[in-house]
Each structure stands twice: as structure tokens, then as C-alpha cells.
Design a protein around this ligand. Structure first.
Ligand code: E4P
Length: 220
């Protein structure tokens, strides 16, 4: 399974990239706003920190505008930048056109398995179902991942990766792993939570104390 960071904060990206297991980064207009930085500059810096796919989102809502913005991003930014496109009919047409040009895409804001299938038919490299935002409406977001994975099982010719997004807690990631989602994008806090275990910390404390005694005894 691929692990992506969902942030435009380069300090967090550097921190997690240093662990050696970061596969990519997703951004969106809200995360760019939060960074307080210039869109293209921050995406270029992210792409220099992580060599995996870096999603940069178009903001035009018409097909031609999306394609135009995507071509500028592909022209001006590093090769590992991929184009994030909203799941609308216009976005579908843009995804198809960009796929035909060999440009990788991440179709975002997916809330149903029919949207995911249509984005896959348009050639999306990734589809991003938003789990947490479904949970926020009082429904079970994970059911969408399950439904999409069943759809994918029924149509083995689909090569689009399912990128679970809007992840709010480590259990979301563990459930995605069980369902076979290809990728999960999450904030740095969840990377840290996934690695943390009190028994690991306690075990290290015990080993360090005993090792200090070994050294004190001159046996190191
Ligand atoms: C995914 O690519 C999105 O940027 C992200 O996961 C949205 O998460 P949110 O619902 O926490 O804003």
C-alpha cells in the first residue's frame, strides 16, 4: 500500500520523508491557502523533497480551463507532479483528454462508486474517495471504499488506483489496508500515530537502562 502525506507544509513533508517510506503527497487549494505560500513554488519544493506523485489541483471548472491549467503545471513543475481534477462531467472530459496526452491524474472529491468507476473509465491514474467527509454526514465512509474495491474486483481490467482520502484517524488506514485500497493520503499526525506504541517506548526504556548497567559493569 502507498502512503501519501496530505499537506502543503514542507517541514512536515521533510520530517516524514526522512522516515524513508513516503510514497507521495496530495495538496488541494485549502492546503495551499493554509501554507500561506505561492502555489507553484510550494508544489515545486514538495516535488523536490518527495520523488513520488505530488498532486496539484486545477481550479478552473470548465474542461478547457482545466486542461489549460494542467498543461501549464506540467510545463512549469517537476515531472512527478500529477494533476488533481474534481469529479464533475467537465473534470471527466479533462481527465480523458489529459490521459490521452499521457498526463497522470488524480480525480478528487469522489463520494460514490459510480463516480469512481466513471473516473476510472476516463483513465484516471488515481481516484480519491473522501472517507472523513462522508463520516461527517453521519454515514459510514469506509463503506464507499469497500464498494469501490468490490467494483474493481468485478472489472479486473481497471488499473486506476484507489486513493483513500479525507482520513481522520489511524483506524481509517487500518480498515483501508484490510479492504485492499492501493493508497492512503493522511496528515502527518496520522503517520506519527501509526508508528507510535507505548510498549515500544517502554521496551526501549528498559533496554537502555539495562544497557547502562552493562556499560557500568565494563561489559559493553
Ligand atoms: C485529498 O486529496 C484531500 O486533500 C484531503 O484528503 C481532504 O481531506 P479533508 O476532508 O480532511 O479536508
Amino acid at each position: 500500500m502507498e502512503f501519501f502525506l496530505d499537506t502543503a507544509d514542507v517541514d512536515e513533508i521533510r520530517e516524514i520523508a526522512a522516515w524513508g517510506i513516503l510514497d507521495g503527497v496530495t495538496t488541494n487549494p485549502s492546503l495551499i491557502k493554509k501554507s500561506g505560500r505561492d502555489f507553484k513554488q510550494v508544489v515545486a519544493e514538495i516535488a523536490s523533497i518527495c520523488s513520488g506523485p505530488i498532486s496539484a489541483e486545477v481550479t478552473a471548472l470548465d474542461t478547457e480551463g482545466m486542461i489549460e491549467q494542467a498543461l501549464v503545471l506540467k510545463d512549469e513543475l517537476p515531472d512527478n507532479v500529477i494533476i488533481k481534477i474534481p469529479c464533475t462531467p467537465e473534470g471527466l472530459a479533462a481527465t480523458k483528454a489529459l490521459t490521452d496526452k499521457g498526463i497522470k491524474t488524480n480525480v478528487t472529491l469522489i463520494f460514490s462508486s459510480s463516480q469512481a468507476l466513471m473516473a476510472a473509465k476516463a483513465g484516471a491514474t488515481y481516484v480519491s474517495p473522501f472517507i472523513g467527509r462522508i463520516d461527517d454526514t453521519g454515514h459510514e465512509g469506509m463503506n464507499l471504499i469497500a464498494e469501490i474495491m468490490t467494483t474493481w474486483d468485478n472489472y479486473p481490467e481497471i488499473t486506476t488506483k484507489v486513493l483513500a482520502a479525507s482520513i481522520r484517524h489511524p483506524t481509517h488506514v487500518l480498515q483501508c489496508i484490510q479492504l485492499g485500497a492501493h493508497t492512503a493520503t493522511m496528515p502527518a499526525k496520522i503517520f506519527r500515530q501509526l508508528m507510535k506504541h507505548p510498549l515500544t517506548d517502554k521496551g526501549i526504556d528498559g533496554f537502555m537502562k539495562d544497557w547502562a548497567d552493562v556499560e557500568a559493569a565494563g561489559n559493553a
